[in-house]
Design a protein around this ligand. Structure first.
Ligand SMILES: [Zn+2]
Length: 202
């Protein structure tokens, strides 16, 4: 984000708009999103027994697949931003599929036309289910292995790209997810802003 976008973001999350994204801004942003989440929170915390009780085992390539449910999207996405690869339906873990559809309905309301959605980066779909280990881990499974995480606009919101100073994911997108209880990686771990997952904050 550029300086004026950072200032607007700071105003929106209720911290001093000084253009410096430091600990006070990070805390204010996380609080802003937490305050929007449903109570009680609909999802468990990652890495807990509650999580395994709720979502079951992770998927394995060529083996177990978590129970998914497919739904029609309120607007068309494009796989990897490629207009030759439109996506009109998604499959998500059955315990968060209604929730993800509700997120998309919120996104459709906040970004009512195609141009706004394109600018927000939410048309550029980078995947949901992918049974694999986390990057740089030999033991810890990616949330994508449970079919409860989704990525958008990876080109501008990379795994190691700092949000919001370099990455571009808008706070308004994170708010739509937060209102249904989903965590925005950019806000909660300061990078990987493409990524949203159906877990409660720690
Ligand atoms: Zn992801």
């Amino acid at each position: 984000m550029n300086q004026s976008q950072i200032l607007r973001l700071q105003e929106r999350v209720g911290t001093t708009p000084d253009g410096f994204w430091g600990p006070a801004s990070i805390e204010a942003c996380q609080r802003h999103l937490r305050d929007m989440m449903p109570s009680p929170h609909p999802f468990p915390v990652e890495g807990t027994q509650d999580f395994l009780d709720f979502f079951g085992p992770h998927g394995v390539e060529g083996g177990y697949t978590p129970p998914g449910r497919t739904f029609n999207l309120p607007f068309r996405l494009y796989l990897y931003g490629d207009t030759n690869q439109p996506v009109t339906r998604l499959s998500c873990h059955e315990n968060c599929a209604d929730s993800l559809l509700a997120v998309f309905e919120r996104l459709a309301a906040v970004f009512p036309n195609e141009q706004d959605r394109k600018a927000a980066g939410i048309l550029d779909y980078f995947g949901l289910y992918n049974p694999r280990l986390k990057r740089n881990s030999t033991t810890s499974w990616s949330m994508h292995s449970w079919m409860n995480a989704i990525d958008f606009n990876a080109n501008k919101n990379g795994n190691k790209t700092a949000w919001p100073v370099t990455a571009t994911m808008p706070i308004e997108v994170m708010e739509c997810f937060a209102q249904e209880g989903w965590l925005a990686a950019g806000a909660f771990w300061g990078r990987d802003a493409m990524h949203f997952q159906a877990t409660a904050p720690r």
